[in-house]
Design a protein around this ligand. Structure first.
Ligand SMILES: [Cu+2]
Ligand SMILES: [Zn+2]
Length: 173
């Protein structure tokens, strides 16, 4: 009888735990400096009810606009960040501006950086997911890249944003 009660508590608490993990999924990219920069920061992703909210907070950048994209390969090992490959573009679109078709699904846009070297950008979309079966949506396993220059939203294939000064693989949290 005692054991059955214990089992009941166990089942109940695992159910609670399971419902929590289903409700919200999280991923994060810790940005490391590349190409001799001193860039640092974090890009966090939270998925809830089919909507992914991304929040990026970066430091150590020069004042002005800096392109930020999701690149295809979650590999930041190269000193110049080129191991991350080109823009994440599973739908085979042209490069462009976020939510103004055509654009790559990884075309986040530009970070606006102030005189103190910090900048933030946020996105909210149902085009992305964290995990899940749709490879065209899943951000996990790709990489965030921060560029030295701004994205002009028109040059192909990547917006002429210059060297890669920050890189971070997007991993499940
Ligand atoms: Cu890029
Ligand atoms: Zn692009």
């Amino acid at each position: 009888m005692k054991n059955i009660r214990k089992l009941g508590v166990l089942v109940f608490s695992s159910l609670l735990l399971a419902s929590c993990t289903v409700a919200e999924k999280k991923a994060v990219a810790k940005i490391e400096a590349k190409s001799g920069s001193s860039v640092s920061g974090t890009v966090s992703f939270i998925e809830k009810d089919g909507i992914v909210t991304m929040k990026a907070a970066l430091a150590g950048l020069s004042e002005g606009n800096h392109a930020i994209h999701i690149h295809a390969i979650g590999d930041c090992s190269a000193p110049d960040g080129k191991s991350a490959g080109g823009h994440w573009n599973p739908t085979k679109e042209n490069h462009g501006k976020w939510m103004e078709a055509p654009f790559h699904i990884g075309d986040i846009g530009n970070l606006v950086v102030g005189a103190d070297g910090t900048g933030t950008i946020e996105r909210e979309t149902n085009l992305w997911s964290i995990g899940g079966k749709e490879a065209n949506k899943n951000v996990v396993g790709h990489a965030i890249i921060i560029h030295e220059g701004p994205d002009d939203f028109s040059s192909q294939p990547s917006g002429a944003a210059g060297p890669r000064v920050g890189c971070g693989e997007i991993v499940r949290k």
